[in-house]
Ligand binder design. Structure first.
Ligand SMILES: *Cc1c(COP(=O)(O)O)cnc(C)c1O
Length: 418
């Protein structure tokens, strides 16, 4: 059951008519469906039911604390990549023992915060980080749970900006170097080796790269075992793609089957770090048409959302379906959908066939639940939009729109300028 659907030509989110929300909340705004979020999480989680596993939701894909809370209540953990994300996960009451800390550039203070929190494990990405982790743990007189993020050098065949597991990428330790690093870690008094990790990239729509990566991890796991290093956790990262346009990614059940068959009967807890696949299609960005322009060569639909609100089209050239919130009989035109930001890169669609919408009409930019709000900025000093969660026939503002005071908070004018 799809929870963003038309009824009598009006787009609904669950039981709520989206145009009704727009009467109360000024556009643009992000809108999420609770039913979709919880179903996506549950389907993914249950797909792995044959194995001991933890679904650590990737907080960077959508970090609203209400959203994290949904997954936490369903038994989920969190994959965090900064102290700020750890703070959010804790605010959402995610159990520390279900939080993994990833990221290529963890600072000392972030490491200390995570050690004090007692996170499940640190996915360490360099020898230097391992040494800092050991030193921080020594200061706090604890042992830091470590797994190395190994770069398996597989090509996930996705957008170059979101490939992370190739030799030339900055992420992880090289798999040829992993054994040496584990042996070093073994001798560090404040390190406890517990796992191995990888994350090959994002919006991956084929199974093969995941299976290749897992095969490599397994090979390392056995090599380590031969050296007397027993692991408890195998973390396969996130990256499963979704349908934005015509992609046909494997269903989580198929993805899970492929993975489970490689780990069944072995005594490891599998960790998964899905982001996009859980939240991507559970959220939309609702925006209003401000103006329309017909130039000789092009039609423009100028909307009140901008690249600061949803940067994916500008940053990656990503495709998002755009549809009117109220369907009417209209001529179709070819147009660019653009925002108010003073940049030519500020667009949501180029040369798109769309109904000839008029000023004041609402558009829904679909599949905006992942890397939408979390990548929003204040560029052009624009307040970031509110986030709204729909559950059945009710909606809840889970983050207010910023106001102008928010935008200058923390700034001050030095004495000599007064
Ligand atoms: C971004 C990221 C994820 C989530 O990726 P998705 O493509 O959204 O599933 C998981 N793990 C790590 C380490 C990441 O950086």
């Amino acid at each position: 059951m799809h929870h963003f659907q038309y009824r009598n030509g009006n787009l609904y989110c669950e039981e709520v008519k989206i145009s009704d929300i727009a009467e109360e909340v000024v556009t643009p705004f992000y809108l999420y469906s609770y039913a979709t979020l919880s179903r996506h999480f549950t389907v993914f989680d249950e797909a792995f039911s044959k194995l001991p596993h933890i679904v650590c939701f990737s907080v960077k894909s959508n970090s609203n604390i209400s959203i994290l809370r949904i997954f936490g209540k369903l038994g989920g953990g969190a994959d965090v990549v900064s102290g700020g994300e750890l703070y959010r996960a804790l605010k959402a009451n995610i159990e520390p023992k279900k939080i993994v800390f990833s990221g290529v550039g963890k600072s000392r203070s972030e490491i200390e915060f995570a050690l004090k929190t007692g996170v499940l494990m640190f996915n360490v990405e360099s020898e230097g980080e391992m040494m800092v982790l050991n030193a921080c743990a020594s200061t706090l007189n604890v042992r830091a749970p470590l797994s190395f993020r190994v770069n398996p050098d597989v090509d996930p065949k996705t957008h170059p900006y979101i490939v992370t597991g190739l030799k030339e990428n900055k992420f992880g330790v090289e798999s040829s170097d992993a054994l040496r690093l584990y042996l070093l870690a073994k001798d560090l008094p404040h390190i406890e080796i517990i796992g191995i990790d990888c994350h090959i990239g994002s919006q991956v729509t084929e199974l093969e790269p995941f299976v290749d990566a897992l095969t490599q991890l397994k090979r390392l796991v056995f090599e380590l075992k031969n050296k007397g290093i027993e692991l408890k956790y195998v973390d396969l990262g996130g990256g499963l793609g979704i349908t934005y346009d015509r992609e046909e990614p494997p269903h989580p059940n198929i993805y899970a089957q492929a993975i489970v068959s490689h780990l069944e009967g072995l005594n490891y807890t599998l960790i998964l770090e899905p982001g996009r696949v859980i939240v991507g299609n559970a959220g939309i960005l609702v925006t209003k048409v401000l103006y329309t322009k017909r130039h000789l060569e092009k039609n423009f639909i100028i909307v009140d959302a901008g690249m600061n609100d949803l940067v994916r089209p500008s940053l990656y050239g990503s495709y998002h379906t755009i549809q009117p919130v109220e369907k009417r009989d209209r001529e179709m035109i070819v147009a660019d959908v653009v925002g108010p930001i003073c940049e030519s890169g500020d667009f949501f669609a180029k040369d798109r066939v769309l109904p000839d919408v008029k000023s004041g009409e609402l558009l829904a930019i679909m599949s905006a639940g992942a890397y939408g709000f979390t990548m929003a900025s204040n560029y052009n000093t624009r307040p970031r939009p509110p986030e709204i969660l729909v559950k059945e026939d009710k909606f809840f503002i889970i983050r207010e729109r910023e106001n102008y005071q928010d935008l200058v908070r923390g700034e001050s004018i030095p004495q000599f300028l007064l």
